[in-house]
Each structure stands twice: as C-alpha cells, then as structure tokens.
Write a protein that binds this ligand. Structure first.
Ligand SMILES: C[S@@+](CC[C@H](N)C(=O)[O-])C[C@H]1O[C@@H](n2cnc3c(N)ncnc32)[C@H](O)[C@@H]1O
Length: 246
C-alpha cells in the first residue's frame, strides 16, 4: 500500500469514528460533539422506549439511522426527504420522498419512529396526515423533538441554536400536541419532557446578567420531548355516513 492509500484508509477510519461518536457518544465526544449531553440523553431515552414499537417500522426522517440497533422489529425502513444538490448515494436511507406524499400505500406500517425531524418540516399538519394514513389502525408512533414553551427572546433563540441546534424551526409544545390530536391520534402520552438548560457562559455571549436572570425567572423555555400516540382502530374524523357514526 502506498502512502496515499495509507492516508486515505486512515482518514476513512477517522471519519467513521467521528460519525460513530456523534450518534453513539462516549466521553471522548465531549471534545468533538457540542451537543453531547443532549444526544446522550436522547439516546438513553430512545433505548428505554424502543421496545414499545413493534412489527414493520418506518423511521421517518431517518438520516443515518443512528438508533436502528436499539429496535427489535420485524422490518425497519428509513425514509428521508429528497433534497436537490445533496449526494444521496451514501446515507442509509431506504426511500426518499418529495416532502409531501409518503410513497407507501395506506396502512403499511405497524409503528413509526421519528427523532429530531418535525422542527425541520415546513408542513407538519400535512405530514401528520400522511403518517396517520400509512399507519395501520391500532398502529402507534414515538416522536422525539425539541419544542418551545412561550416566546423566547431573539438572543436566547440564537444562543439555543448554538447550544442545542434544531431550535430555529421548533414549534410551541401546545401546538405540537394539538397537531397530533387534530390529525386523529389517540392515547397521546408525553413520555419524556425535559428542559434544555443553556449554560450561563453560553447565554452571557448574548445577554446581560440582568437579562439572564429575567430569562431564568420567566416561564419560557426549550424542552426536549418524546410523544407516544396511537392511531385508533376506527377513524371517526371523516365520518359522514349512517354506518360510521355512533
Ligand atoms: C436532525 S436530523 C435527524 C436525523 C435522525 N432522525 C436522527 O435522529 O439522527 C433531521 C433529519 O430530518 C430530515 N428531514 C428534513 N425535512 C424533512 C421532511 N420534510 N420530511 C422528512 N425528513 C425530513 C433531514 O434530511 C434529516 O435527515
């Protein structure tokens, strides 16, 4: 092996290691992954809740499918959005779609998993309708996301974006839960709801001491939540005939 091949092999190993660290973090990640604690917490939480998802599972917005090894399901299919200009040859995505229509027939999946995706979606209402459509009656999902409570001052949003990522598109927790309910899901359970604390040394890059104190006393915040919900066996939302209403 010549020195260039040797270099490429070592570089490949390093990239592989960094990717592994960002999704299966260890102590070393503290030095390479700014969102280490948030990712680690998410990983632990998904590990705890993964056994509730069964059968044929759709990982919606799967990216590199970092959590796939935590699931023990019959089939694991990852879908992600087709983005023009992006190289789609390497990621572990099974199916790309147009961001509107999930290319599977009605009632294709027993369960759906989705992590850190809703804040990137421009049409969450339509996507929740699509999720409802592709789940079987009695099917269920687990979705983890970052949501907001109250209106954050702009500087805090900027600080949070730096610290936790995924904040710019985060929606209000109340609206998030209402969207799930209005799209026909039942037994909606918030299985995790944890505040994301931005350290003072990050906040102090954006806010004065007084502003930091005021923020801490306010009831606004950023939360990492996991929501479980089920598609009922009977969908009464579009009920219009004599046979479907009680
Ligand atoms: C922060 S990454 C999360 C990836 C993976 N779920 C994880 O937890 O590591 C956000 C993912 O959402 C995908 N995404 C963005 N908009 C989407 C959309 N409208 N529908 C489905 N996936 C989308 C992105 O391509 C990206 O893979």
């Amino acid at each position: 092996m010549d020195s260039k091949e040797n270099f490429l092999m070592e570089e490949g190993k390093l990239i592989g290691y960094l990717k592994h660290q960002s999704f299966h973090p260890s102590l070393f990640s503290l030095f390479i992954h700014p969102f280490y604690f948030i990712r680690r917490d998410l990983y632990k939480n998904i590990k705890r809740l993964a056994p509730q998802l069964k059968g044929k599972l759709l990982d919606f917005g799967c990216g590199r499918k970092p959590y796939e090894p935590l699931f023990s399901v019959d089939e694991y299919i990852g879908i992600d959005i087709q983005k023009s200009g992006h190289d789609h040859s390497k990621p572990k995505v099974d199916v790309y779609y147009d961001g509107q229509h999930i290319p599977f027939p009605d009632a294709s999946f027993d369960s759906l998993f989705c992590s850190e995706v809703v804040e990137h979606i421009f049409n969450p209402n339509e996507i929740l309708q699509e999720i409802n459509r592709v789940l079987k009656p009695g099917g269920h999902f687990s979705i983890s996301d970052i949501v907001l409570e109250g209106e954050l001052p702009t500087q805090i949003k900027e600080a949070a974006e730096m610290y936790a990522g995924c904040i710019a598109g985060a929606i209000q927790k109340r609206m998030y839960l209402e969207l799930i309910e209005s799209n026909g899901f039942k037994n909606i359970t918030v299985q995790k709801d944890k505040a994301i604390i931005i350290p003072d040394d990050i906040l102090s890059n954006y806010l004065s001491v007084e502003q930091i104190a005021a923020f801490k006393q306010s009831d606004t915040g950023i939360r990492s939540i996991t929501v479980y919900a089920e598609k009922p066996l009977e969908d009464k939302r579009s009920c219009c005939g004599p046979d479907c209403c009680n």
